[in-house]
Design a protein around this ligand. Structure first.
Ligand SMILES: [Zn+2]
Length: 183
């Protein structure tokens, strides 16, 4: 079966730090230590600057790292893997401004490249009956997925209007608060 997604599913990793390599290692590790998959389940991850605990580096903040091939079905969302590209923001509940800007850029890029129109959903949406309950993509984004969708739909990331600023303030660390992530 050809893999032709019609949606992008946004995740959080749930860990305060990490990168493609650490997530890949976790997804490959046998259960119960990991997931026992043959590679990372997400198609891409967006770093928050901390590849390792307590080590924030500005050049890693908002950095996109490719996960599983865009042409391969991912492993990230019960019931929707056949239809979806999975993107994960490193972090738990709160993200950096640069991560949100990069998410915007990646979604715009995928929309431009995809033969099909792409909707954006959070992991917690459209869950099949009996699937484990998840708060992914986190306590701040999960209740604001409509806002996320409209923010991503704008061709330029809205960082200026009251609505755009309010959205970013609600889901991001205050600007310049890098030490919060490094903690
Ligand atoms: Zn998720």
């Amino acid at each position: 079966m050809r893999f032709e997604p019609d949606r992008i599913i946004v995740h959080q990793t749930g860990a305060l730090w990490g990168d493609r390599q650490t997530i890949d290692a976790y997804h490959r590790a046998p259960r119960p230590r990991g997931r026992g998959w043959d590679e990372i389940g997400y198609h891409g991850v967006i770093l928050n600057g901390s590849r390792y605990a307590g080590r924030y580096r500005r050049e890693d903040d908002g950095l996109f790292e490719l996960g599983r091939s865009w042409r391969r079905i991912g492993a990230h969302d019960h019931g929707e893997n056949q239809l979806a590209w999975g993107l994960a923001l490193v972090g738990r509940d709160v993200f950096t401004f640069r991560q949100l800007l990069e998410l915007h850029a990646v979604v715009q890029g995928l929309r431009a490249a995809s033969p099909r129109p792409l909707e954006v959903y959070g992991h917690c949406e459209n869950e099949p009956e009996g699937a484990p309950v998840t708060e992914c993509p986190g306590r701040r984004l999960a209740p604001r997925l409509e806002l996320l969708r409209s923010w991503l739909a704008d061709p330029f990331p809205d960082t200026r209007s009251p609505r755009g600023r309010e959205f970013l303030a609600a889901v991001c660390f205050p600007r310049g608060a890098d030490e919060e992530i490094a903690a």
